[in-house]
Design a binder for this molecule. Structure first.
Ligand code: SF4
Ligand code: SF4
Length: 341
């Protein structure tokens, strides 16, 4: 079932849904971008549909609801532990197709990776339903088509495409269809928009030889990368974190434990007891990140971790392009295969 709605009707449907759900969506923050007078699109809770940014790609990913940058997990005293409370109202998260595919990666990492689910992720995940934002065009840095993430056929409760003031919504979930009908929407056949080509193309190599570890291609990133970690903070599938215990009192027995976002690109990430550090240079860190995204994760799950959203290319202050690196790895792997013949 689908609906066509005017701007006011779509706003009314969101108002009605807002009585039950909190709405977490990309929002344009005026003047909060990297440079003066540059806007930033990041996620926030909205109270009105007009705040939702549907036409511009978001600089940051939706993951901040399920994996907040800093989350208090529990409080402790000398002999008691109490989990931190969270707002338990359900949430609708607006996201694009590449990010819907990122949800599958996050679920795998936090719910299917080992014998136990991550309880703290699970309780947030259970609150969430997804609204798919259709893509009418590819943005400059996207390479979702080659990563196979440009289409989403299920997993959302409704989709929304905006064109010339009209909103097209596909509503596979009857409960949500009712909200669109009550708002005055006209029934129609709607298929969410998706792109079928990007300006950027990547070739993800099937096999990557071990010689890639010592390939000189990584040296460039030792010089160019400034290990700021921005590429990992914006990535919808980067999930590394560190733990912090914060003590409230001088006796050191009362406090809270926090889970705080980490990054394999920054100093200190691989520090170990005794002063050791596994990946000292920025090139080594880049190698680890890239191979994790397009090789190691696939070896365990059968699909790549990177979903081709292009955000890491968008935010890098050194204009380092992840899609270029994928193609360089493919070239190096191809040369190696040729050398073997
Ligand atoms: S955003 Fe660019 S400079 Fe910063 S850590 Fe990532 S690759 Fe390096
Ligand atoms: S590595 Fe870059 S392109 Fe791939 S999912 Fe992360 S941010 Fe998006």
């Amino acid at each position: 079932m689908g609906y066509l709605l005017s701007k006011d009707q779509f706003g009314e449907a969101m108002r009605q849904l807002g009585k039950t759900y909190r709405i977490f969506a990309p929002v344009c923050k005026k003047g909060e971008g990297r440079f003066k007078d540059v806007d930033l699109v990041r996620y926030d809770f909205v109270s009105d549909a007009s705040e939702i940014e549907l036409t511009v790609e978001s600089d940051y990913a939706f993951k901040e609801f399920m994996l907040p940058l800093s989350e208090t997990l529990f409080f402790f005293t000398e002999n008691q532990v109490k989990e931190a409370d969270i707002d338990e109202r359900p949430v609708i998260v607006f996201l694009r197709s590449c990010d819907m595919h990122a949800v599958k990666r996050l679920d795998h990492m936090y719910l299917e990776n080992g014998s136990e689910e991550d309880w703290f992720y699970r309780r947030r995940r259970d609150l969430v339903k997804f609204a798919l934002i259709g893509c009418s065009k590819s943005f400059d840095d996207c390479f979702c088509v080659d990563m196979g993430t440009n289409r989403t056929e299920d997993g959302y409760v409704f989709s929304v495409d905006e064109s010339e003031g009209m909103f097209r919504c596909d509503t596979p979930d009857p409960a949500f269809a009712e909200a669109f009908a009550k708002a005055g929407g006209t029934e129609a056949d709607v298929e969410p928009w998706c792109v079928t080509e990007n300006q950027k193309a990547v070739t993800v190599p099937e096999d990557i030889p071990l010689s890639i570890y010592s390939d000189e291609l990584w040296d460039e990133y030792t010089k160019r990368c400034v290990n700021c970690g921005r590429c990992t903070i914006v990535c919808p599938t980067c999930t590394c974190y560190t733990m912090q215990d914060v003590f409230y009192t001088d006796n050191g027995k009362v406090g809270e434990r926090r889970r705080v976002g980490g990054s394999c690109m920054i100093d200190g990430y691989t520090d170990v007891a005794g002063g050791g550090q596994y990946r000292k240079t920025n090139g080594e860190r880049m190698r680890f990140k890239v191979l994790h995204k397009i090789h190691d994760f696939r070896a365990r799950t059968g699909y790549d971790m990177c979903v081709g959203c292009g955000r890491c290319d968008m935010v890098c202050p050194e204009y380092i392009s992840f899609s270029n690196i994928i193609n360089k790895v493919a070239d190096a792997a191809g040369k190696e295969a040729g050398d073997d013949k």
